[in-house]
Design a protein around this ligand. Sequence first.
Ligand code: SF4
Ligand code: SF4
Length: 356
Amino acid sequence: MKIITKKRNYREGNISDIIKFIDEILKTYTVIAPTKIEGKQTKFTQISSSTEILLNPNHQTSFSFKEWLLPRNQILLQYNFDKNDITIDDSVDFSSKKRILFGPHPCDLHSIQILDKIFLEEKDLDVHYKKLRENTLIIGLGCKEPFKNCFCASVNTLEPPDGTYDLFLYLKGKKFYAFEGSSEGADLIKKLKSKVSIDGEKQISLINKHIASSQTFKFPKDEDIGAKIKETYGSEFWDDLGKKCFGCAGCTIVCPTCYCFFVDDKVENDGKKKMYKRIRDWDSCTLNNWALAAGGHNFQNNRGIRLNRRFMHKFSQLKTKLGRIACVGCGRCIDICPTGASNPVNVIKDLIKFKK
Ligand code: SF4
Ligand code: SF4
């Protein structure tokens, strides 16, 4: 991605032309976009036609885009094991086709910025993440209204961060407003029927001001949350929260910034020979076996302790490492949790009031 740093060029056009644009880009790219899956659940899936897309700025997908950059059951390595010799099987093709991720909202782009910092830092570079990230063009979609459980304005994720998107769209009435974020985005926009917009910046600013002023759900500010999480470790606050939690991992699965994984070696046999694969799969700090060690020892076999750990990681440790909390206010964990135990806003507000 060659990032455009100069002043944004605003364009505008008719929303109906976005549909034609999607069909056009489908001729060249794999396109991943919000779609309905089961019941009311929605998710980023690979589409084959524009008719499948959920083009709705007032909708937050139940699941984030995360699996497209950090896939489940991702093969990291394939190798042959013959007597005492191990040889890497380099016939495995780890490349991926160039694809477009369409429709993540600004909060999701902030979570991509967080994942980039974690997986693309030189000393911790993850080559598998890097390949997928480099092969993914991103067309973001602005929101029009706050969702029931989101709180982007209070965690500074209302606007898309530079360096994460190639093209960004806002929808208003029957019109769209667009600006590119990279040279690839500037090429993409040529496929979308549009003209220079003289009031694009003003219209987008009005949308964002409306969201900020009408979003009543807010993450608490100006508190040393990290210290409070640390000093209450093992207290009844976390015990009580742990009693509400089922340990279902729903909150971490839907969260766009949760990235815990485990690595496992598996043997497959196709009838002719054995294949050895090193596979990465998602893990979750809310699961009972998250800290299970050899010999059956479990260092975090208490749900309250594990929730303390979850909040500590997001709101303290990653804040120290990245300079920001690792919650982008998307609200998905609140939507999915049946008990409220994962609600970052309410849990942190209650924690601030708690006296040990
Ligand atoms: S906090 Fe809620 S969503 Fe997360 S594991 Fe516990 S019950 Fe499941
Ligand atoms: S903790 Fe919840 S609100 Fe924050 S980024 Fe994760 S899913 Fe979204």
